[in-house]
Design a protein around this ligand. Structure first.
Ligand code: MG
Length: 295
């Protein structure tokens, strides 16, 4: 299954993507707009699989729908840094024997048809193509051998990074948490549709149509099972938690001269078997003082 959140006719709801169509799942999922509601409910997932086979189910052309973030409300969004050896090297880092870990706030996340926001305080906005694991079961101390049992599915991510803020201190929270810089989607593909551990998938990014990153998930230093074992040694993982698995070489800041994303740019992340996540970049607008009063 390919679960998506979408808006059509002024109403947001969940659906299943099949070819160029979305099967409206709202007769099962009601007003829910996060795939987390399905991830947390195995029975609902089973019924959705059955429902999607019903020829009477409402099918809408994908082009008539606006795709929303498939899971905008993760309990936690954990990110690995430096999980591809060539990317570690291009940034001047040693190949790690333990992954760099950081968290993203949900305010930094956007959907597949939302704009990436270039912050007003920096011009160093970079792209990062990444595979994301969607956790499906509450778990702790999971062995590498059992790790794939807790995976619900996978999606793509652009870990938009503000490099000067990322490097102001030894930890990366600031540079990884600007509003509207982390694009997720276009949908969540259940694990049964991909190779075990999403291994062996081509992953790339394009900026204005130019290929910038091109690698394969086989080149990750910490595989999906290893990552889950490492994380669950630290903390309880819960259904709907997201884990971004790091980006391969070819990012903008490591190029000579550096390449930054600017307003008007189009950036895409493509992962084999999952799909293409394309976002446009806009300049940050609005008066933050006024906005703060309205919140
Ligand atoms: Mg990253």
């Amino acid at each position: 299954m390919r679960y998506a959140a979408f808006e059509q006719g002024g109403r947001a709801r969940l659906g299943a993507v099949e070819g160029g169509e979305i099967i409206d799942l709202s007769p099962l999922t009601g007003a829910a707009t996060s795939v987390r509601s399905i991830v947390e409910n195995a029975d609902l997932h089973s019924r959705a699989v059955q429902y999607a086979r019903d020829p009477a189910a409402l099918r809408l052309p994908l082009t008539s729908c606006r795709l929303l973030s498939p899971l905008p409300d993760p309990g936690k969004f954990i990110c690995l840094g430096l999980n591809y050896a060539d990317h570690a090297k291009e940034g001047g880092h040693n190949v790690p024997d333990y992954p760099a870990l950081f968290l993203r706030a949900t305010t930094s996340l956007i959907g597949p048809q939302d704009p990436i926001v270039a912050p007003r305080c920096s011009e160093r906005l970079d792209y990062e193509a990444e595979l994301v694991i969607v956790i499906g079961k509450r778990c702790r101390h999971v062995t590498e051998q059992a790790a794939l049992d807790v995976v619900f599915g996978y999606t793509a991510f652009n870990d938009g990074s503000v490099r000067d803020y990322q490097r102001r201190t030894t930890q990366w929270t600031a540079g990884k948490n600007f509003d509207g810089t982390g694009a997720l989607g276009p949908w969540i593909v259940t694990a049964d549709e991909l190779p075990p551990g999403a291994a062996g998938l081509n992953i790339c990014s394009r900026l204005n149509g130019n290929l910038m990153q091109s690698s394969n998930t086989d080149r990750m230093i910490f595989s999906v099972p290893r990552t889950i074992a490492i994380l669950s040694e630290i903390m309880t993982l819960e259904p709907g938690d997201l884990v971004a698995t790091g980006t391969p070489e070819g990012v903008g800041h490591a190029r000579t001269p550096p390449v930054w994303m600017r307003p008007g740019d189009e950036v895409s992340v493509e992962i084999e078997g999952i799909g293409i996540l394309t976002n446009h970049v806009v300049a940050e607008t609005g008066d933050t003082t006024v906005a703060a009063q309205h919140i």
